[in-house]
Design a binder for this molecule. Structure first.
Ligand code: FES
Length: 181
């Protein structure tokens, strides 16, 4: 039986890069949650196979395992309202991306502090990212050989150098564009 670290209720905001990652607005803030294959199979049987889909504003209960600061994986999902039509009165909550920089020992030694400061400055300087991206220091991500590690919406980028920051910021910008389209 899978250990459960979290049980969250919230409002479905949409999928992230793929149907394997959903975004949920909860009382504690926004979460990007990876779906296990069991949850994907559940959605297929109870939603997609019926010709329906999840709509922004649907209320969900999700439970699963939290491995790292920004890494949530769902092993169970419950549709709290059933599946209605698109509700134009559904909350229009802006998704917020967690842009994490590991500050464990190895990453700190490899320049994580400067990376975080530069990423925070890049976000602050771009009006399209302000309020939509949260830059955070993370605990060790258990990928120390890949230090320094940056985590964008739950996915890790290894051995990030200062020269890589424009491409990291570009990836963040694309995420924001997709999620606010
Ligand atoms: S110190 Fe960053 S992954 Fe371990």
């Amino acid at each position: 039986m899978t250990k459960v670290d979290f049980a969250l209720e919230g409002v479905f905001l949409g999928f992230a890069d793929s149907p394997r990652f959903l975004r949920l607005e909860t009382a504690e803030g926004q979460r990007e949650i990876k779906l296990s294959k069991e949850v994907c199979a559940y959605l297929y049987r109870h939603v997609y196979a019926l010709g329906k889909t999840l709509n922004r504003g649907d209320r969900l209960r999700v439970s699963g395992v939290r491995k790292k600061e920004c890494s949530w994986k769902a092993y169970a999902l419950e549709l709290l309202d059933g599946l209605g039509e698109v509700d134009s009165a559904a909350p229009q909550v802006a998704a917020q991306l967690c842009l994490g920089v590991c500050h464990g020992k190895k990453c700190a030694a490899a320049g994580a502090g400067a990376l975080k400061d530069l990423l925070a400055a890049a976000v602050d300087a771009d009006p399209s990212l302000v309020g939509r991206v949260r830059v955070r220091a993370l605990d060790c991500q258990k990928q120390c050989k890949q230090a320094p590690v940056v985590v964008v919406g739950g996915r890790s980028i290894s051995r990030v150098a200062i020269a890589d920051l424009p491409s990291v910021v570009a990836a963040v910008g694309q995420w924001v564009q997709r999620s606010h389209a």
